[in-house]
Design a binder for this molecule. Sequence first.
Ligand SMILES: N[C@@H](CCC(=O)N[C@@H](CS)C(=O)NCC(=O)O)C(=O)O
Length: 212
Amino acid sequence: MKLYWGPHTCAIGTHVLLEEIDMPYEAEKIDVAGGATKEPWFKAINPKAKVPTLVLDDGRVLTEYGAIAVWLARQAPHLNLLPADPDEEERALSLMDYAVGTIHGQAFARVFMPEKFEPQDPVHQTLGLGQGSVKKQGQQMIEEAFAIVDRQLGGREWAAGGTFGIADAALFYVERWASQVKAELPANVAAHFERVKARPAVAKVMHVWGES
Ligand SMILES: N[C@@H](CCC(=O)N[C@@H](CS)C(=O)NCC(=O)O)C(=O)O
């Protein structure tokens, strides 16, 4: 299978999972910031024009972090990447969805790409808020969301199930972005980030990405 990824993107979460499950894969770096996902060759593979994009050996194309992560977890059930216990599974999926849908899709997206929100944002238009308000809102959302994650992690080492899993890889990729927007991670989240970075699979991926 082959993962398409781009520097500084959320695709690092998927890359980490691929490394953790220890199945053969290739990883192709593309210039996401330079618009590579919008090029016809890439859109022919994934019309959503996003990474992570995972192409299986039989040609099927998997998209969306959560769906790919569950699929990868199912390839290596012994690793408990998605807990079998229903309560822990719910916890894993809930934290993963919060990282992907809210922290990434709503909060960081506002800071990284305010132009995608400003024109359509009725609150912004109605209140006639000045430029930069979407970014400020995103920044506030990031801080509120990490405070929620901090309480949810509590004294746990991992998001769910007692071992590293798909929610941890999702939290990892948003935790990585915090320093870029000068958001301070609360104590439990910061400790979680360090714990994930200490994993050999993660260190290997970060070396390939050339990022800290
Ligand atoms: N919901 C998607 C989000 C994927 C996403 O937003 N990827 C970004 C990088 S973090 C991307 O490929 N952006 C390229 C673009 O919008 O041109 C997922 O969970 O996989």
